[in-house]
Design a protein around this ligand. Structure first.
Ligand code: UD1
Ligand code: UDP
Length: 359
């Protein structure tokens, strides 16, 4: 069975690492990896392949740094060419990026079945590019791997037949179990940043709705200037570019650093007093490692985190963010298990094998 995995952006490398490891354990699976090039800086891409033992991509399209239309269009054309040659049994895509959508569209038009990991997530905010990517990917896919029962319900509400949907848990939870210990023992980021035994807030910001709105970034910076401890912020290249374009400078409380490799990032997450983020993956990782989280968005796809009190939505309201500092070092013990048993990768590969034998 030939499975072609399509990735392009940072969070997809983490997710694909989990499933690729599971595929490598089995006989009879030939994995082909295609990297669209959506993320291309060494610290946004190569570092993940090195640290997470992801096989080198068989195809690297080198398509990034464009608008949504440019990236998606060029990717569809280039992926289609590869699909003509490879003719895989499955195309496997992750999440909600432009690379996801391009992979789905290229494959289904050639009648190649698509499996979508992280299906059914919804923000119900149609201003987000990711919301279109998710909805369109889900409605075109053959097999939908939902991380939670909420995601499964979202798909049912949109009329997607239950037989196409399987709740498997979250592959990022698998990743946290596999890499969490490695990060703790192998990363020396706390020493490098002189943060050993120091309370700090870990921040990440990269959403279009925040980075492309000067007022939103200004509010975040204003709120961070009132933080009761240093705010350590690995700055996404998009955010860096926008802050420069807006002529914004960082308050003294912020320790801005380049984007981190996964192990350094996880180490910082595990030891943070609070996480402030607009990232989907980082919201969940905060919960996996028992760290309180405030989310710099008005809504989240990961609603169960809010329901159980692990996460608070503060958007970019200065007062709400400052009020969020009250949750520093709050204990998050005894939270319910939300994202499966840590075997999502295994269930996904089982299912791909099963379905093919029934086609
Ligand atoms: C993308 C995804 C988003 C995901 C995020 C993860 C879409 C629509 N968005 O957002 O869902 O949460 O990745 O990080 O697919 N850039 C660089 N170097 C890089 C990568 C990006 O300089 O290695 C800069 C470029 O100027 C680029 C901009 O960042 O144009 C935006 O990159 P893009 O991949 O389009 O979107 P992200 O904001 O990264
Ligand atoms: N991440 C990382 N280094 C960083 C920032 C994030 O390794 O400097 C990891 C993070 O731990 C998580 C993933 O990247 O596993 C999340 O990606 P991102 O926030 O870019 O995207 P999202 O999850 O919002 O789509």
């Amino acid at each position: 069975m030939k499975i072609m995995t399509i990735v392009g952006a940072r969070p997809q490398f983490v997710k694909a690492a989990v499933v690729s490891r599971e595929m490598n354990k089995r006989s009879g699976i030939h994995g082909v990896l295609l990297h669209t090039g959506q993320h291309y800086d060494a610290n946004m891409s190569d570092v993940f392949f090195d640290e997470l033992d992801i096989p080198r991509p068989d195809y690297h399209l080198g398509i990034g740094n464009g608008t949504h239309g440019q990236n998606t269009g060029r990717m569809i054309e280039a992926i289609e060419r590869v699909l003509f040659d490879e003719r895989p049994d499955w195309v496997l895509v992750y999440g909600d990026t432009d690379s996801t959508l391009a992979g789905v569209i290229a494959a289904v038009k050639l009648h190649i079945p698509v499996a979508h990991v992280e299906a059914g997530l919804r923000s119900f905010n149609r201003k987000m590019p990711e919301e279109y990517n998710r909805v369109l990917a889900d409605h075109a896919s053959t097999l939908l791997f939902a991380p939670t029962a909420v995601a499964e319900r979202n798909l049912a509400h949109e009329g997607i037949p239950a037989r196409m949907v399987q709740v498997v848990g979250d592959v990022m939870y698998d990743a946290s179990l596999y890499y969490g210990g490695k990060a703790e023992s192998q990363s020396d980021i706390l020493r490098r940043l002189a943060l050993v035994e120091q309370p700090y807030i870990l921040a990440t910001v990269h959403r279009q709705e925040n980075t492309d709105d000067k007022q939103h970034i200004e509010n975040i910076l204003e709120a961070f200037s009132h933080a009761p401890c240093p705010v350590v912020w690995p700055v996404h290249p998009r955010t860096h570019k926008q802050m420069r374009a807006f002529g914004l400078s960082l308050p003294e409380s912020v320790v801005a650093i380049d984007p981190l490799g996964y192990l350094d990032m996880v180490k910082l997450e595990k030891n943070a007093a609070l996480i402030a983020t607009d990232s989907g993956g980082v919201q969940k990782e905060a919960y996996f490692y028992g760290v309180p989280c405030i989310t710099l968005r008005g809504e989240t796809e990961w609603v169960e985190l809010v329901d159980v009190g692990a996460n608070r939505l503060v958007a970019t309201d200065v007062d709400a963010i400052i009020a969020g500092y009250a949750h520093i070092s709050t204990s998050l013990k005894n939270l319910p298990v939300l994202y499966g048993n840590g075997d999502a990768g295994c269930k996904i590969v089982d299912s791909l094998q099963d379905h093919l034998s029934h086609v």
